[in-house]
Design a protein around this ligand. Sequence first.
Ligand code: SF4
Length: 372
Amino acid sequence: MPTTTETQPRTGAQTRSVPLAMPHVPRSRRSREEVEAAAPTGAKKVLLAAPRGYCAGVDRAVIAVEKALDHYGAPVYVRKQIVHNAHVVTSLEERGAIFVDEVDEIPEGAVTVFSAHGVSPAVIDEAQERQLQTIDATCPLVNKVHREAVRFAKQDFDILLIGHVGHEEVEGTAGEAPEHIQIVNSPDDVDSVEVRDPERVVWLSQTTLSVDETMETVERLRRRFPALHNPPSDDICYATSNRQGAIREIAPHADLVIVVGSSNSSNSVRLKEVALEYGATRSERVDFAHQVDEAWFEGVSTVGLTSGASVPEVLVQQVLDLLAEYGYADVEPVETATEDILFSMPKELRAALKDSGDSSRQIGGRGEKPQR
Ligand code: SF4
């Protein structure tokens, strides 16, 4: 039985801020005094979620591009956004990374990084045809779901992949066994699912979904297919679960929850939804501190703050600085899990670095021994 229903947070990787360029944060449109005056007269504070921000898979993928740029020189091509964060992508572009949608946009033989969200076998084949020098930065936890899909397809199961249609990770996983996989986009999709044999059906999921909504989908699937098989272990990853766990703790006490993360970041968007489901009066998502709107603070005593798994900590610190300007200088960390997972660098990069005598950062985000 998978443990995706757990409400307790699980362990994973600590956040890490990379030395990326700091965006300019415009001055407030209202004065600090005006924003403070709009808030209640009682104590104002910030509940700061922990864990938040970078997960081990994002850390590894960003470092992989940085190391590829250092080792091979610019340009380094990256298929899709390496991680779903506007600031990270812009900063890597400034260093010489070129982001493309498909491999046919990449010159033959060029150094190419596959993003953390993974690729289908068809993309790998096309890259080989173009003789691209590939570095696969697919998160190991996404690769785990790929392996599950391949295994169940070999056993001739119908695979119900719970995930968002059009998301790169879902496209990559579905591409492992397109003839066996159906995508289930939401609980409402369950009624239209058709399978060949109700005794040989298994569900898998995207790694960055809402834990609660996924289990609702699974329960509805099980009502239709009582013999539904479970994945061998959680597909929703530790980082997604932990960040949702922290915001579930904060949301009932917060008048406003601010989530730092990009609009195409699935786990960031889910954090905003979870905040509202668990009692936050209001929740807003921003890429940058300058997008925080003073009008949100009308009547607000307690602000919850978190960030998605692809968000560098520097962006959270800028929001904290802005909140302090508005009188929310009292910051109380709410830690619901500790994380210490690190992943090895992609094997192609490890080999290249070793051959050149570069022993830095061959393993893990901070040069530490990887845990899994
Ligand atoms: S959110 Fe989870 S699956 Fe996605 S990169 Fe991070 S650790 Fe990997």
